[in-house]
Design a protein around this ligand. Structure first.
Ligand code: ADP
Ligand code: MG
Length: 457
């Protein structure tokens, strides 16, 4: 496959784009000051953990959504409203179940103002392009997930977009269909069979991005922002097992995992306190234990993060969340894409189940969000508070769905550590017996007045 020529003037520029959701106390910055440019001939991948604002950015770029601040330039002109030269392929395509495959594509042509007579032959042509010839009269329910997604591609291509945006287009497919469709998209793109001038693909799969893209843009969250960019200069077709390929994957893991910061920075502040409340990564304790055990067996108690994803059979997004949790708890340290067990992490990996719970309990009590919750429980009557009470306060810090996830994670971790108990029937969170009397369970008797006040607001 040949490499396409890239233009000097950018096709698309994202300039100082910020997106906030919600208002007042609930205002939450999903994307902060993003700057991106994409040139003709480029295939760019946007990588980052879930919730870092990738889909938000795509919607802003295509004009489906207006940013709170900043602007989008398309061919040097400020974009207002929907960009007629861009389109998005989503993770799962909503096809009309009562229409045939061909009719589903014709609808898109109709929406674009293609005259009735020309629609049928054009739809057939598009279906042929994506490898669906012979399925024109099938109904969506008769198709596999991969084939349905191809109809989605055909529909997107019906618009003849100059800028094709893809939002995790392969992540709902089984491994084989995803692989086949990746190959077909690359072929369509590099052969010039489609009029598309540039592709912007959101992914949370590092290998996929390195396999397909000419450049990777890395985002992080809290708030969502662009943190790094990396060109990928490998020739197509790319060999996933090659030294160069693995080297790039390793470096991107390094960029995504970041570096372990001093404890104060890692843990952030408590809800209601000034400063960032670091959200707890939503992970299962078993996965954390699995990671630590694996590192314990590794030479030097150290591993390349990207190799671990393969060894543990999890995707990169998941692995990075587990890594983040381990970092937050001081059980591992991350630097330059390497993850190393700390002495405490080693102790944890070697410990009995009970001893693990104890280490875990000690560690989570250092996290501001637990300190905050325990302080509130200690101060409350019967050392118990309603689930909703916590939720309302957390909703001031996080978007609504994230607040719920935070509380779920907090209670799950607290239960495992035998610090918190939760009663499903009464929806009450309780401090485990024995902790309440300790008073300083939260450590050094910090005052929590400010937080309480905000909670009642
Ligand atoms: P990603 O695609 O990287 O997973 P999203 O762009 O979907 O991230 O979301 C970024 C953040 O913004 C998330 O915390 C999400 O909950 C929040 N968010 C997205 N869309 C909305 C919306 N319409 N209203 C409020 N919050 C939203
Ligand atoms: Mg998304």
């Amino acid at each position: 496959m040949e490499t396409r020529e890239t233009s000097k003037e950018p096709l698309l520029e994202v300039k100082h784009v910020t997106q906030a959701y919600g208002r007042g106390d609930r205002r939450f910055v999903a994307v902060k000051d993003a700057n991106i440019s994409i040139h003709e001939g480029e295939f760019v991948a946007l990588l980052g953990p879930s919730g870092c604002g990738k889909s938000t950015l795509l919607r802003i770029i295509t004009g489906l959504q207006q940013a709170t601040a900043g602007q989008i330039l398309y061919r040097g002109e400020r974009l207002r409203g929907v960009n007629p030269h861009a389109t998005i392929v989503f993770q799962t395509f909503a096809l009309f179940p009562w229409l045939t495959v061909q009719e589903n594509v014709e609808v898109a042509l109709q929406a674009r103002g293609v005259p009735a007579k020309l629609r049928a032959p054009r739809a057939v042509e598009l279906l042929d392009t994506v490898g669906l010839d012979g399925f024109e009269s099938a109904y969506p329910r008769e198709l596999s997930g991969g084939m349905r997604q191809k109809v989605g591609f055909a529909r997107a291509l019906a618009v003849e977009p100059e800028l094709l945006c893809l939002d995790e287009p392969f992540s709902a497919l089984d491994v084989l269909s995803a692989e086949a469709l990746r190959g077909e998209l690359l072929e369509l793109w590099s052969s010039g069979k489609i009029p598309t001038r540039a592709i912007l693909m959101v992914s949370h799969n590092i290998e996929e991005a390195v396999f397909m893209a000419d450049r990777v843009i890395v985002m992080d969250k809290g708030p969502g922002r662009v943190t790094a960019e990396m060109p990928i200069l490998l020739q197509h077709p790319r060999d996933r097992k090659s030294y160069e390929f693995l080297g790039i994957v390793d470096r991107i893991y390094g960029l995504l995992a970041g570096e372990t910061q001093p404890e104060k920075v890692e843990v952030g502040t408590a809800p209601g306190e000034p400063g960032l409340t670091h959200p707890l990564p939503t992970i299962a304790i078993n996965d954390l234990a699995g990671l630590l055990e694996r590192l314990d067996e590794a030479p030097g108690n150290r591993a390349d993060i990207f190799r671990l994803a393969g060894d543990l059979g999890v995707d990169s997004d998941h692995l990075l969340r587990v890594t983040e949790a381990a970092e937050l708890l001081g059980l591992v340290a991350v630097a330059a894409g390497d993850i190393t067990l700390t002495p405490l992490g080693q102790t944890f990996a070697d410990a009995s189940i009970l001893a693990r719970k104890e280490i875990f309990a000690t560690r989570i009590r250092r996290l501001p969000i637990f300190r905050w919750a325990i302080d509130l429980l200690v101060a409350s009557e019967d050392h118990q508070l309603r689930w909703d009470f916590f939720l309302r306060i957390l909703e001031l810090e996080f978007p609504v769905d994230e607040a719920e996830r935070q509380l779920d994670t907090m209670v799950n971790w607290g239960r495992y550590a035998e610090v918190l108990a939760y009663d499903d029937d009464t929806e009450v969170v309780r401090l485990e017996a024995g902790l309440a009397g300790a008073g300083g369970a939260a450590g050094a008797g910090r005052n929590s007045e400010g937080k309480g006040a905000k909670g009642e607001a």
